[in-house]
Design a protein around this ligand. Sequence first.
Ligand SMILES: *[C@@H]1O[C@H](CO)[C@@H](O)[C@H](O)[C@H]1NC(C)=O
Ligand SMILES: *[C@@H]1O[C@H](CO)[C@@H](O)[C@H](O)[C@H]1NC(C)=O
Length: 217
Amino acid sequence: MVSLKNVFLVLASAASAATAAAIGRRDVQACSSGKSPNCFCPLGTTLQQSTARCRIRAAADDVIAIIGSYHNTSWFGRTPDYVNGTDNEIGGSRTLTGHTLEGDAQFTETLFEYSDNKKGGFTMAYEMENGPVSYIDPDTGETGYYAGYWDYLETKALGSKLTQFDWRIYACFTPAELAGMEFFHGWALANVNAILMEQGLSTGMAQAPFTIESFHT
Ligand SMILES: *[C@@H]1O[C@H](CO)[C@@H](O)[C@H](O)[C@H]1NC(C)=O
Ligand SMILES: *[C@@H]1O[C@H](CO)[C@@H](O)[C@H](O)[C@H]1NC(C)=O
């Protein structure tokens, strides 16, 4: 049986040549809340770039109604420990306990972009504020930390009842083989569709969740 950790390692080594080329470029900046995922992480941490995408047979406004409250995270199975600021206002934050592959850790995430253009184009972006957050892998006792991560939730109306929904992240963490948000994000995307189907607002997914990702050490 191929373990998950081994799959991540294979991905990491395949991506390293591309990273070497990227680091040679002068315009590469430290990872931050800028739009570009073309960035470098603190020394010793690995950059993960991942986009989970699905297409739901539902109106974009209905998808946004489920995902569009920064303080309401029930669609991805979490309840914030506490929130600060006004919902959906830039600078507001939420603090959640993440049950990760690497054990539990508490993350504070601050909203830095919120835009809803009413034509199905929507972006909500936030960054981890309280880095570095350390963790211990409950299986191996191995330790590591998250230096930071930057998340983008994006919808696009492809039709009046067809919406593309992306959850993009880039993250800096160590060690490489332990992290990976793709299964969690894929599950959350499918859960949005399940909620909408229960409400009679979706007729299913036109494209089930899939992930495009790379790991750069
Ligand atoms: C949070 O979102 C869920 C799913 O859309 C909804 O059922 C629930 O009522 C919302 N909670 C609050 C407090 O608005
Ligand atoms: C949230 O607000 C409380 C006071 O209301 C403050 O003590 C705390 O530091 C704030 N936390 C964050 C993460 O901003």
